[in-house]
Write a protein that binds this ligand. Structure first.
Ligand SMILES: C[S@@+](CC[C@H](N)C(=O)[O-])C[C@H]1O[C@@H](n2cnc3c(N)ncnc32)[C@H](O)[C@@H]1O
Length: 195
């Protein structure tokens, strides 16, 4: 399926997350935050829509990573460099910005779907399982003055995630938000604090 967005078109393959409001909000926020030739990493790149929009509208260098092999193939076919891996475990080097639209939906055991859509959506019982794993590894991959840009849902517990970031030594600010009937989406930026 071809998916037009902004000044580009993305081909969405089977078994790959179809871009949604969270993808669009994060892409908008990323475009307002990126400066010059920064090195950007998108974790959980999915179809590659956010990375491709960054590539086509900024001078940044962008790499995607996803655990889903269909997503990696789809992103590469959009002309963006992509690697298969679990969060940041396969990566070396540091980035000026790490972007993530994570699986953030609280999911009970009996609700779990054992397919790639489940992997894209399932944030564990509180919605924060993958997010907390991701945050543990981020510091080692952020350049000086590096930051994390992440979209969250009110269903996930935004304050809880911010509090975890604070305890890991980040200064967090709200960057962009959008309200819907059943949830609020918010993009937050987290910067390493130097004491
Ligand atoms: C909500 S989708 C977002 C996709 C795309 N970035 C977008 O915004 O349209 C979450 C993505 O994270 C990926 N993902 C989930 N767990 C992961 C992990 N442990 N390591 C890498 N990617 C993961 C999923 O395969 C999926 O592509």
């Amino acid at each position: 399926m071809n998916f037009p967005y902004k000044n580009t078109t993305i081909k969405i393959a089977a078994h790959v997350y179809e871009p949604s409001e969270d993808s669009f909000l994060l892409a908008e926020a990323a475009l307002t935050q990126i400066k010059g030739t920064e090195q950007i990493l998108e974790v959980g790149c999915g179809s590659g829509i956010i990375s491709k929009v960054i590539k086509e509208n900024t001078k940044a260098r962008v790499t995607g990573v996803d655990i889903n092999p269909y997503a990696v193939k789809c992103t590469k076919e959009s002309g963006v460099e992509a690697i298969r891996g679990d969060l940041l475990s396969c990566l070396k080097g540091k980035f000026d910005m790490i972007i993530f639209n994570p699986p953030y939906l609280p999911t009970r055991k009996e609700e779990r779907i054992k397919d790639w859509l489940g992997v894209a959506l399932d944030g564990g019982y509180d919605g924060r399982r993958i997010i907390y794993r991701f945050l543990e590894d981020c510091n080692a991959h952020l350049a000086d003055n590096g930051r994390i840009l992440m979209v969250l849902s009110s269903l996930t517990g935004i304050e809880e995630v911010k509090s975890r970031m604070g305890s890991l030594g980040y200064a967090v600010e709200d960057t962009m938000e959008e309200r819907f009937i059943f949830e609020q989406l918010k993009v937050i930026t987290a910067r390493k604090k130097y004491l």
